[in-house]
Design a protein around this ligand. Structure first.
Ligand SMILES: Cc1cc2nc3c(=O)[nH]c(=O)nc-3n(C[C@H](O)[C@H](O)[C@H](O)COP(=O)(O)OP(=O)(O)OC[C@H]3O[C@@H](n4cnc5c(N)ncnc54)[C@H](O)[C@@H]3O)c2cc1C
Length: 415
């Protein structure tokens, strides 16, 4: 029986282990450094596990996205949904195609994976960090102790070390001579320079653009969260990887009133001045943006909150409209791996076969999930990559074994 070692008991590790074990004829062991497997899964989707997204195509991936395209096409969202249905998990789809377990609890996803692994007699060895890997004539030797015929490395990236992922995968891949694209935090908040402290806790739907002084890097929209250090929220998370990539100073531009044209906004402000000239400026943006944000933006545009609006000249109104629709903050840095949801960078996919996840220079080494240089947008795309790549490796291992058996049978009958 072929021995398959899966290093990392996370999302892609379980997808690979279950897929191989379902094929039969393998002894599958998962080595997990933490006390319990699938710990990170419990934290995903704010404890609800956004396990995939109906719109998971290549446009939502960065890094070696072209490499991911093939795998995502072979193991698309519908296949992920059938995989989970086959284990008894019911799901529901929410806005923007985000898929969650029907129970609304990430623990349901963990439990069905654990139960399926148990049913298939997958061995799970916990409290076992693999720190050393050596290629042997046949297979690999882990920590000078555990021998295996096939190694599936699913040890994640460097993001969220509190959930077990501290870049150990990259150290192991380095021992095998594989190239690592330098890892950087992605899907993380942005620490901004000279950021107004009094905005902490404010949330506002904004159109967000990331720019250097020369060019626009990327843009998206959604609910932005203001914090004591800068900006957070899904659109900021999605843009954060572009900051790490830029050698130039980067600026975040927020349109805090994105659904109103500039002309209509000015007309609204002018009408307020005309109708209620005694009203204090503090109330000028009332109803347009959250109160605290309106106050802070007034201050930025040089208007005192107790000034009667009737005192405001057209030029000052225009300046206020400018700031409402183009509030700019300079980014100091993205928050680090401790706060990031995923890793940009990782094992260079050029060294792997896109249909199988197998390393080109090793017959029986497979790498899946975040350890590879593929990262997705916020919204279920990263877990989809973990399931797709894990299952691609699992099926490839099973198919290879089947082909070898057929070849052996063929040779026997010829002799
Ligand atoms: C707070 C948070 C929320 C998230 N929410 C979502 C979400 O809702 N939807 C989404 O799509 N993505 C989400 N993500 C991202 C997603 O969880 C990851 O991209 C995905 O889990 C990666 O899967 P993986 O199998 O590659 O690695 P992981 O799931 O990280 O698993 C790697 C496992 O390997 C173990 N390990 C590491 N090194 C070793 C070693 N040397 N020896 C043995 N074991 C080792 C780790 O302990 C870990 O259990 C979130 C991430 C975080 C941190």
């Amino acid at each position: 029986m072929q021995k398959v070692a899966v290093v990392g008991g996370g999302a892609s590790g379980f997808a690979a282990a279950i897929t191989v074990a379902r094929a039969g004829g393998f002894s599958v062991t998962v080595y997990e450094r933490l006390q319990k497997p699938l710990k990170k899964l419990l934290a995903t989707g704010n404890g609800r596990c956004n396990l995939t997204n109906l719109h998971a195509d290549v446009s939502h991936y960065r890094g070696d996205a072209a490499f991911a395209e093939n795998t995502l096409a072979r193991f698309p969202v519908q296949s992920t949904l059938s995989f989970f249905r086959s284990m008894g998990l019911c799901t529901k789809t929410e806005e923007e195609g985000r898929v969650y377990p029907l129970s609304g609890q990430a623990a349901s996803v963990r439990d069905v994976l654990l139960e399926e692994a148990r049913r298939l007699s997958v061995r799970i060895v916990t409290d076992c960090e693999i720190t050393k890997v050596r290629a042997q004539k046949r297979g690999f030797l882990l920590n000078d102790t555990y021998a295996c015929d096939v190694l599936v490395l699913c040890a994640g990236g460097s993001a969220a070390p509190q959930h077990g992922t501290d870049g150990g995968a990259f150290r192991l891949l380095g021992q095998l001579g594989l190239r690592i694209i330098p890892p950087a935090p992605a899907l993380t908040a942005l620490v901004c320079k000279r950021f107004p402290k009094n905005l902490k806790g404010v949330r506002c739907d904004c159109a967000v653009t990331l720019r250097t002084q020369k060019e626009t890097l990327a843009a998206c929209s959604g609910e932005v969260q203001f914090t004591e250090y800068g900006l957070s929220g899904i659109p900021i998370f999605s843009l954060s990887r572009y900051v790490s990539e830029s050698a130039q100073p980067v600026f975040v531009h927020l349109n805090c009133v994105p659904t109103v044209s500039r002309g209509a906004l000015l007309d609204f402000l002018r009408a307020a001045v005309r109708k209620t000239p005694q009203k204090s400026a503090e109330l000028l943006a009332e109803g347009l943006v959250p109160h605290a944000l309106g106050k802070a933006l007034l201050l930025q545009s040089g208007i005192r909150k107790d000034e009667p609006v009737g005192m405001l000249t057209e030029a000052r109104l225009e300046r206020f409209a400018d700031i409402l629709q183009d509030f700019c903050a300079e980014v100091d840095h993205p928050r680090g791996f401790d706060f990031a949801q995923v890793t940009a960078g990782g094992a260079d996919c050029a060294a792997f076969c896109a249909d199988t996840m197998r390393a080109k220079r090793y017959e029986s080494l497979y790498v899946c999930g975040e350890a590879l240089n593929v990262d997705g947008d916020c919204g279920g795309f990263n877990l989809q990559w973990a399931w797709s790549s894990g299952r691609a490796a699992g099926e490839a291992i099973a198919a290879r074994q089947k082909a070898k058996k057929e070849e052996d049978t063929c040779c026997e009958s010829r002799n």
